[in-house]
Design a protein around this ligand. Structure first.
Ligand SMILES: *[C@@H]1O[C@H](CO)[C@@H](O)[C@H](O)[C@H]1NC(C)=O
Ligand SMILES: *[C@@H]1O[C@H](CO)[C@@H](O)[C@H](O)[C@H]1NC(C)=O
Length: 183
């Protein structure tokens, strides 16, 4: 019992169930929380339909998407940086995604390795965790495993997501998330 209490206290700053995404003054996709499972350490979010710009080509993903919002598109239009930066992991590889504000009609990418993607309304299991620096891949794996173990329901086990809200230069606490598609 005592060990459990000490363990809980030690984890407290990093156990952030129900914490809102740190969007700050940036645009981020809207959702409704449909479930908060304290025991399982996760929540279910129903995201409204959203549009994204994505790239699956290996290497320099962030730069490719950053260029798209910086004007590498058929209108030379600049789009403000949004959050989160999502990374979808599938057996076929990894896809990086930037959210696009729903107030714009996204311009067409000029780089063939960059595509637009519409995600219909969808529910995700979300586990939130804080770190003091950019999480290592092993940390994401641990959190994802914890989420998979905890969820009481079905999820799409061919894809998982990580969500980041901070720039690489951010100092201090970072809020990170792992997501699974609820079925
Ligand atoms: C909450 O999570 C716990 C632990 O994973 C699980 O046993 C329980 O069924 C979940 N509750 C609901 C309502 O999904
Ligand atoms: C599960 O995810 C895969 C990969 O993204 C997708 O092709 C498939 O349609 C999804 N299955 C369901 C039932 O949503």
């Amino acid at each position: 019992m005592q060990t459990a209490v000490i363990f809980l206290l030690a984890c407290l700053p990093f156990f952030v169930l129900g914490q809102q995404p740190p969007c700050g003054n940036r645009d981020c996709p809207s959702y409704t929380r449909t479930q908060l499972n304290v025991t399982g350490g996760y929540e279910v979010r129903r995201y409204d339909p959203s549009q994204w710009v994505v790239t699956s080509a290996p290497g320099r993903s962030f730069r490719r998407l950053f260029r798209y919002i910086g004007g590498f598109n058929d209108q030379g239009a600049k789009i403000s940086m949004t959050v989160p930066v999502l990374r979808a992991q599938r057996a076929s590889g990894s896809t990086m995604m930037f959210y696009l504000p729903n107030t714009i009609v996204p311009p067409t990418p000029t780089n063939p390795d960059v595509q637009l993607l519409d995600i219909p309304v969808k529910e995700f299991y979300v586990r939130v965790f804080n770190t003091n620096s950019k999480p290592q891949p092993t940390k994401y794996q641990q959190e994802l495993q914890a989420l998979k173990t905890a969820v009481d329901g079905q999820y799409n086990d061919t894809v998982s997501y990580t969500a980041g809200y901070h720039s690489p230069w951010h100092t201090g606490v970072r809020q990170n998330e792992v997501w699974l598609e609820k079925l």
